[in-house]
Design a protein around this ligand. Structure first.
Ligand code: 5U1
Length: 690
């Protein structure tokens, strides 16, 4: 009697188990097993396949890598053209799009209500790819190319773990899935760190890294690159009788685009994260605003959102124009990267004396504003990126982040471009002419002038007046420049002696603003102790630490008297912070600043203790990704101690999702459900009762 070979049964079970783990890890972002357990299963499967090579099939999880390098990519003719999208750049374009659609659908008798129903999705900043499944097996992957013909990247796409080699469930005979290949930001940073370690050139941005990785002739290299795939559409669809679905011969499996995305997801494909059904132009514009506001917190880059008419029948009626559908449009965010000329490199002196090289640029419109200066971070970065004056450079401005120079465009470098030599050009501080020091092992060079340096003095005052510190409204950087340059203000205490009359004499001040400013300064005489501590600009003391220290000691005198052991008793204060606070208050000139502040009437009030009801009572939070300083355990303990609960999945009942680096589908789901998202600082502020 011949039964099924137990080794063969085990092989099948292992494949299913590993595929399941892959899906949980790469598609659902919810790993079920440890890496060690995953490796053990994979080794067991490899052993069985080594003993029975005749059992190896192309959909085995062991067969993602291993193909030999190609000499060139073959061309692939797409069975159904890969389309591109028309663009909308502002609200008026979106309203026009909606009006065109509404009028056509009304004429066709397909618009009953007032507003057209759309699906809105992310527009991923990656590369379009088509995956072809036959009988549920991945048989081909191709790039978009010119839309008619692309390149065969099957071997490379097989290495992308979120791409199933075999579809789950009852897939149609032919299913072409259209979507985008991209690299998550955290994966990109990690890849660049590895490139730097090896002495290889860094990639300019995640999109270039994804493109470079996908267009590798050696799939073993692609396999080491952390690519992801997200599906947003489909191409050819055929049923078991070979009939094309949706062209009248066989029914489409769904009636709407949103249903199609869910249908694709049912096969184990990562489809349409964070898509939403929206009504009319206003619904689309609301989605755009929301996504634009949360975009910096997404784990990957998107360059806009895409709107599609939801009903497939309506899509069919609307049809196509040239290579783009009439039923869909991309609403682009203002470009976050542009190229321009680097005219020169200056340096800026920060509050702690840090010297930051800043590129002077030919003005360029990027991220919604005109940028003329962009940071180059430090000397090592300039060398690493090999940026030279005269280069055409890529400038990036993402959200409210300071614009930065990402790197040069080497092909456009003029022959006479010289490498930047900071020591030669800036042997001393350009502001106060004190020596510049660069301690061994540190990336940052610093002016040694301390508060003698007007640049450091200005930055110190600006920091002290800022919203999270003494919150002196009306004391802008231009006025601070004038007050310091005229010699009227040398220290923080001097600010408190300013009067209306003299302030009104400064350019652009006027009587009313002078009066308002004097009132704001007067109010700042009674700051919370934590605000005063933060305002002093002690190194390593941010607002959260300042609050912890203030709550612990209760008065400025007690903080000044505390030795390192006493400081180490404060919640979350470690040796580096304790030493820094101690050093600050043992400096006679810093103690003198405090005395001078007292003389001009600055008298901080103790911070309110946290008491009564616990701050997170009745609230459920979800943690995702890696937080910068807190481990998962530590964050959980803090939340529990504050009366909250931690859950593994996001639902409408979730109060907050706390997202760190490499956050995945939980973050997307939060976006979907409109759940508020916090970073680590946000969580700490919440715990502190803010
Ligand atoms: N989210 C999304 N991106 N994207 C890009 N949907 C989408 N659709 C596209 C493209 C080029 O084309 C459709 C017409 C399939």
């Amino acid at each position: 009697m011949s039964g099924v070979d137990p080794a063969r049964e085990r092989l099948q079970a292992l494949r299913e188990e590993i595929d399941g783990h892959n899906r949980h890890y790469y598609v659902e972002d919810a790993p079920r097993v440890s890496d060690a357990e995953y490796d053990r299963l994979m080794r067991e499967l490899l052993d069985i396949e080594a003993a029975h090579p005749e059992w190896v099939t192309s959909d085995s999880p062991t067969q993602r890598v291993g193909a030999a390098p190609l000499s060139a990519f073959q061309s692939v003719r797409h069975a159904v053209r890969m389309l591109s999208l028309g663009n909308a750049f502002d609200a008026a374009d979106v309203r026009d799009f909606d009006e065109r659609i509404a009028s056509t659908l009304r004429e066709a008798g397909l618009l009953a209500g007032e507003a057209v129903e759309y699906v809105a999705e992310y527009k991923f900043d990656g590369l379009a790819v088509s995956l072809r499944y036959e009988g549920g097996l991945l048989v081909q992957a191709s790039t978009r190319g010119d839309g008619e013909t692309g390149e065969d990247v099957t071997l490379n796409m097989r290495t992308v773990r979120s791409v199933p080699l075999r579809l789950a469930g009852n897939a149609p005979a032919v299913l072409e899935v259209r979507g985008e290949v991209l690299m998550a930001r955290a994966d990109f940073e990690h890849l660049n760190a590895v490139q730097a370690q090896r002495g290889d050139k860094p990639f300019v941005n995640p999109r270039n890294a994804a493109a470079g990785s996908l267009r590798q002739l050696d799939p073993r290299v692609t396999a080491t690159r952390p690519l992801r795939f997200y599906a947003y559409g489909w191409g050819e669809l055929r049923d078991a009788d070979g009939r094309a679905m949706g062209d009248g011969q066989a029914d489409m499996p769904c009636q709407t685009h949103a249903q199609m995305l869910n249908w694709l997801a049912g096969f184990g494909l990562p489809a349409g994260p964070a898509h939403r059904i929206c009504l009319g132009a206003q619904g689309l514009l609301d989605f755009y605003q929301e996504v634009a506001a949360g975009r910096a917190r997404l784990p990957y880059e998107i360059d806009g959102v895409v709107y599609k008419v939801n009903a497939l029948r309506a899509q069919e009626v609307l049809g196509y124009v040239a290579r783009a559908p009439r039923f869909a449009i991309a609403h682009k965010f203002p470009a976050q990267e542009e190229t321009t000329l680097l005219l020169g490199i200056d340096v800026q002196v920060g509050r702690t004396g840090a010297i930051t090289p800043v590129g002077r640029l030919k003005p360029v419109f990027v991220g919604g504003v005109t940028v003329t200066n962009a940071t180059l971070h430090n000397e090592d970065e300039i060398r690493r990126k090999d940026v030279r004056v005269g280069d055409t450079v890529v400038v990036r401005r993402a959200g409210d982040v300071i614009p930065e120079i990402v790197g040069p465009v080497p092909d456009l470098r003029p022959a006479d471009a010289q490498p930047f030599d900071m020591q030669a050009l800036f042997p001393v501080c350009p502001v106060c002419h004190s020596a510049i020091e660069r301690p061994e092992g540190e990336a940052v060079a610093r002016c040694t002038g301390g508060l003698f340096c007007p640049a450091q003095r200005k930055q110190t005052l600006w920091h002290a007046a800022s919203r999270k510190a003494l919150d002196i409204e009306g004391l802008g950087d231009k006025l601070i420049d004038q007050l310091v340059d005229s010699g009227r203000v040398r220290t923080l205490a001097n600010l408190f002696t300013l009067n209306e009359l003299e302030l009104a004499a400064y350019p652009r001040m006027g009587e009313k603003s002078a009066r308002n400013l004097v009132e704001a300064i007067a109010a700042a005489r009674r700051p919370a102790l934590s605000r005063l501590l933060y305002a002093l600009g002690v190194r390593h003391v941010g607002e959260t630490t300042a609050r912890d220290v203030a709550r612990h000691f209760g008065s400025i005198e007690a903080v000044m008297a505390a030795d390192e052991d006493a400081l180490l008793q404060v919640h979350d204060v470690g040796p580096v912070v304790a030493a820094s606070i101690r050093r600050f208050f043992s400096e006679p000139h810093n103690r003198e600043v405090i005395e001078a502040l007292k003389r001009v009437g600055v008298d901080p009030v103790p911070d309110e203790p946290v008491q009564g009801r616990k701050v997170l009572e009745g609230k459920t939070l979800v943690l995702t990704g890696t937080l910068p300083t807190l481990t998962r355990d530590a964050a959980t303990q803090l939340i529990l101690a504050a009366g909250g609960k931690v859950s593994g999945s996001v639902s409408r009942k979730t109060a907050w999702v706390v997202a760190g680096e490499d956050a995945g589908s939980k973050l997307a789901k939060a976006g979907d459900l409109g759940v508020a998202v916090l970073d680590e600082d946000g969580l700490k502020a919440l715990l502190a009762g803010d």
